[in-house]
Design a protein around this ligand. Structure first.
Ligand code: NAD
Ligand code: IPM
Ligand code: MN
Length: 359
């Protein structure tokens, strides 16, 4: 029997609530597909700070590095917002992405037809939306140096640096074109090349790599226009490739095309061990209430089976199960509309796990 070791890092806020539902789904998958899944739980973020004083303990690093894939809930929350910047919960997430060399973050925004009324946009605008955001994840302004808050001429100055090396752009470009080849063969590269030199280089390298992928259509868009176009007519996009920070922002916007931030899964790949997490955060405003939407996390498990375990049939099954549950009218609060049945986080997890077993 195939065996996979999964590092499970629930984290903070709604993290533990949604990860619990993803584990139910993994249990169902294990039974249905006859694979053995071994879970190794680790502390990260605020939960780790509370326990060990730091957000990313050595023990967690060891758990991660001895796993085949990592599942993360979310990190952060108001309780830890005033800590020294170097030990904030979010630093753990950035450290983990770097440790895993997870430079390519795939964030699919696909609308389930059943959720057409959950979006705040008109049905004809969102029907059929299927965008893959390919976000560069281990470089750019998130990691560039110099960074920090310094004294300068009698006042403080805050500095971050947007920095890309050629090879960093080249490898994310390749991922985007490869992904596009398996989809609708269109890549939109989003930059700010009218103002920022780092993205002038970005655009040049994207053009260069494109020469190897002439079967894929390429266009460039400035980020401000892209933000507007995503809301105006999202169906013009197939694959969006962009920098770390632009991808962070645009993927939250894309999430709302699908009804809720709670719908968008992600895969962070590039290294030996893949990292899988919903794109949303720890949602402190709804934590502990059993109302969070676990579907983003559950669908991240689907991506794990495709990208880390080469079992795309599992992703298909999870997707089908989610669709089945939505078709029966079950909704968590964030996607609930008239005529549908409101369920809790736990109930949604149970329903999807049961649906998988019934497939
Ligand atoms: P957030 O994504 O946590 O929440 C934004 C809004 O979306 C909130 O109103 C929240 O209730 C809602 N929401 C998010 N996920 C949901 C879900 N699954 N179901 C229903 N509603 C959901 O962003 P924020 O409020 O800006 O940040 C809160 C904390 O999370 C911060 O500490 C931030 O740094 C952290 N964060 C962590 C990650 C991560 O771990 N990957 C990602 C983003 C933010
Ligand atoms: C995300 C989050 C993170 C990011 C934060 C929490 C570090 O917003 O995963 O989208 O900005 O990458
Ligand atoms: Mn984000």
């Amino acid at each position: 029997m195939k065996t996979f070791k999964i590092a499970v890092l629930p984290g903070d806020g709604i993290g533990p609530e949604i990860v619990k539902q993803a584990v139910k789904v993994m249990d169902a998958v294990s039974e249905k597909f006859n694979v053995k899944l071994e879970y190794n739980y680790g502390l990260i973020g605020g939960a780790a700070i509370d326990e060990c004083g730091i957000p990313f303990p050595e023990e967690t690093k060891e758990i991660i590095l001895s796993s085949d894939a990592v599942l993360l809930g979310a990190v952060g929350g108001p309780k830890w917002d005033n800590l020294d910047f170097s030990i904030r919960p979010e630093r753990a997430l950035l450290g983990m992405r770097k440790l895993l060399n997870a430079f390519a973050n795939l964030r699919p925004a696909k609308l389930y037809d059943e959720l057409i009324d959950a979006s705040t946009l008109r049905p004809e605008v969102v029907r059929g939306v299927d965008i893959m955001v390919v976000r560069e994840l281990t470089s750019g302004i998130y990691f560039g140096i110099p960074r920090g808050i310094f004294e300068d001429d009698g006042e403080k100055v805050g500095i971050n640096t947007l920095r890309y090396r050629e090879h960093e752009v080249e490898r994310i470009a390749r991922v985007a074109f490869e992904v596009a080849r398996k989809r609708n063969k269109k890549v939109t590269s989003v930059d700010k090349a009218n103002v920022l030199e780092a993205t002038v280089l970005w655009r040049e390298v994207i053009e260069e790599v494109h020469k190897e992928y002439e079967d894929v259509e390429l266009n460039h868009m400035y980020v401000d226009n892209a933000a507007m176009q995503i809301i105006r007519w999202p169906k013009q996009f197939d694959v969006i490739v962009t920098t770390n920070i632009f991808g962070d922002i645009l993927s939250d916007a894309c999430a709302m095309l699908t009804g809720s931030l709670g719908m968008l899964p992600s895969a962070s790949i590039g290294g030996k061990i893949g990292l899988y997490e919903p794109i949303h955060g720890s949602a402190p405003d709804i934590a502990g209430q059993n109302i969070a939407n676990p579907i983003a996390t559950i669908n991240s498990i689907g991506m794990m089976f495709t990208y880390s375990f080469d079992m795309p049939e599992v992703e298909k099954a999870i997707d089908e199960a989610v669709k089945g549950v939505l078709a029966k009218g079950y909704r968590t609060k964030d996607i609930c509309s008239e005529g549908t049945k409101l369920v809790s986080t736990e109930e949604m997890g149970d329903l999807i796990a049961e649906e998988i077993k019934k497939l």
